[in-house]
Design a protein around this ligand. Structure first.
Ligand code: PLP
Length: 378
């Protein structure tokens, strides 16, 4: 078997596999983005977005990848006066820090080593100083396969009165996030992750408090301008029309499946992946208690780099998993199991991993990883 993008088992950490219904939805002639037909599509999307966020609020669709959503939120909400706290423990936390520093000169960064939890006590003691106006954190740190403990962070952030701004790009529709209960003010989702739509749209949820605090930042990504246009099911600039068509279909699919069912399936796929990794005697990269349900990050088998491991999966077995970023390149591999990823994807992937390890004389118990997956299937 050789790599074939049309038939590959596709388990990178996003973009994820796209359902044929969603792909077909994009095959339409050009539409007038200022006409009634397209406005009707935007209206439907707006009605469906609360299914994605499991909350009602001010919800926007921005043409641009997840980073566009982050830049929109930070440029419009990170206060010009007052301190912003940025929490980092991976590549995307560090990216947040870079973006926020473009828009504020008063930033405190609290960093944990990549893959390790952020100290709640340190966050609380920064908040206790009383001058923090916004806290920015990544819910699911895709680069290291870990979920940050927003539930524990939330009470002190809420009590401090700071805006709670969350990068939910690889968490939304994959990891539960009770937005209202936690008092989150802004959440950014990416179309290409748990929602399983094509890459290129950012979805943003804002609380009433966040809308009241909006100030001009980026011109193109001005959230106030986008909100105003959306009232008429319109966009300030030309939207990525085919992606909106795909978005509507992906949201309909999510509604049919049910958000709760998708979250539960994602969790069970993650549990099966972790159990399979254990019996292969491989090691998770992040602190196990915080391992992500959307992305399982695993240290490469000792002595096997990408050419001996991940590239064999790709070239010989037509299976795509993702490598490490930055300092972790060649050191870890990441299995994305969000969106419409399913049991057959995991079975094929762990079968091939067993075969590669077996050929290298490194497979502890043949069939054990597959059994861990099979036993967790519904
Ligand atoms: N934040 C997180 C947590 C991500 O996983 C990603 C992409 O993987 C990004 C930000 C950047 O999103 P995009 O590449 O869609 O701009």
């Amino acid at each position: 078997m050789t790599f074939d993008p049309e038939t590959t088992t596709f388990l990178i950490a996003g973009p994820v596999r796209i359902h044929p219904r969603v792909l077909r939805a994009m095959s339409m002639p050009s539409l007038n983005h200022r006409g009634d037909y397209f406005h009707g599509i935007v209206a439907e999307i707006r009605e469906l977005l609360p299914v994605l966020f499991a909350a009602k609020g001010h919800q926007l669709i921005l043409s641009g990848s997840g980073t566009a959503g982050l830049e929109a939120v930070y440029s419009s909400l990170v206060p010009k006066e007052g301190r912003t706290l940025v929490l980092t423990n991976g590549n995307f936390g560090e990216r947040t820090d870079q973006i926020v520093r473009r828009y504020s000169s008063s930033v405190t960064t609290l960093s944990a080593p990549w893959g390790q939890p952020i100290s709640i006590d340190s966050v609380n003691s920064e908040l206790a100083k009383g001058d923090v106006r916004a806290v920015c954190v990544v819910h699911n740190e895709t680069s290291v396969g870990m979920a940050n403990d927003l539930r524990s962070l939330a009470p002190a952030i809420r009590a401090s009165g700071a805006l709670f701004l969350v990068d939910g790009i690889s968490a939304v529709a994959g990891i539960p996030m009770p937005i209202d209960e936690w008092g989150v003010d802004a959440v950014v989702a990416g179309s290409q992750k748990g929602l399983a739509a094509p890459a290129g749209l950012a979805l943003v949820h804002l609380s009433d408090r966040a809308v009241a605090a909006l100030h001009p930042g980026s011109f193109y990504l001005d959230l106030a301008a986008h909100l105003k246009s959306l009232e008429k099911n319109d966009t300030p600039w030309t939207p990525a029309v085919p992606l909106f068509l795909a978005l509507r279909e992906a949201l309909l699919l999510l509604k049919e499946e049910g958000l709760e069912n998708r979250l539960q399936k994602t969790h069970r796929l993650a549990e099966a992946s972790r159990a399979a990794v254990d019996v292969l005697r491989l090691e998770l990269y992040p602190d196990r208690r915080h391992a992500s349900d959307t992305v399982t990050a695993v240290k490469n088998p000792t002595g096997m780099g990408d050419p001996e491991f991940r590239k064999v999966l790709e070239k010989q077995y037509n299976i795509l998993v993702q490598g490490g970023q930055g300092a972790l390149a060649g050191k870890i591999f990441r299995i994305g199991h969000m969106g419409i990823a399913d049991w057959p994807d995991l079975l094929v992937t762990f079968a091939a991993i067993e075969r590669i390890l077996g050929k290298a004389g490194r497979l502890p118990t043949p069939g054990a990883a597959l059994r861990e997956v099979v036993e967790r299937m519904p």
